[in-house]
Design a binder for this molecule. Sequence first.
Ligand code: TDO
Length: 188
Amino acid sequence: MSETLAPFFDAYVLEPARHSDERGWFSVTWSADGFRQETGVDTVFVQDNLSRSLKAGTVRGLHYQREPHAQGKLVRCARGALYDVIVDIREGSPTYGQWGGVELTAENGRQLWVPRGYAHGFVALTDGTEIAYKVDGQYARDLEGTVLWSDPDLAIDWPFDRSTALLKAADREAPRLKDASPGFVWKG
Ligand SMILES: Cc1cn([C@H]2C[C@H](O)[C@@H](COP(=O)(O)OP(=O)(O)O[C@H]3O[C@@H](C)C(=O)[C@@H](O)[C@H]3O)O2)c(=O)[nH]c1=O
C-alpha cells in the first residue's frame, strides 16, 4: 500500500504488508518489483545505510547531494521512532520550498520514498533510534549540501521541543534555503 506525502505528488509513504503468525510477523521491506509497482519509480539502489542516534532530539539534516551524484532515498525506521522531513529544493517546482513530514517507527513499519531534488532530515523521537535507508546514487562527500533544519522560511513544524535539539556543527551552521545553491531544476 502506498500514498503520496502531501503536499507532494512524487514522494510516497509505503506500508509493506506484515504476515503475522504465532511467532510474530514477516515483512518484505523492499523488492524491486514491489517498489516499482507501488511508486512507478524505476531506479537502481546502490547503497544501504544505517545510523543510530543515541539521544531523542537528535536532528540530522536537511541533507542532499548535488548532481551528478544526486540520491533518491527509501527511508525506514529500524529501531525506535523518528519524524522524517523532506523539502522540495528544485527551482521552478510547484512545491519548491515546501515541506512534508511523516512519523516512521519500527512499530508502524512505514517507509518514505524521497526523490532526487529533495533535502532530507529527521529528528529521533526516542533514545537509540535507528534509521535505515537505501540510496540510488553513490556517496560523494564533496557534493554534499545542507539546508538549515530550522530555516524560518521553511516553517517546519518539528514535533519536539526545538530548544533540546542535538546537531552536528555543520548542520547547526547550515545556510537557509535562500542562501544555498543546490542546483536542482524542476523538469516538469
Ligand atoms: C552519508 C555517508 C556518510 N559517510 C561518513 C561520513 C562521516 O564520516 C560519517 C557521518 O556522516 P554524516 O555526518 O554525513 O551522517 P548523517 O548526518 O547521518 O548523514 C545522513 O543524514 C541523513 C539525513 C541523510 O539524508 C543521509 O543522506 C545522510 O546525509 O559517515 C560515509 O562514509 N558514507 C555515506 O554514505
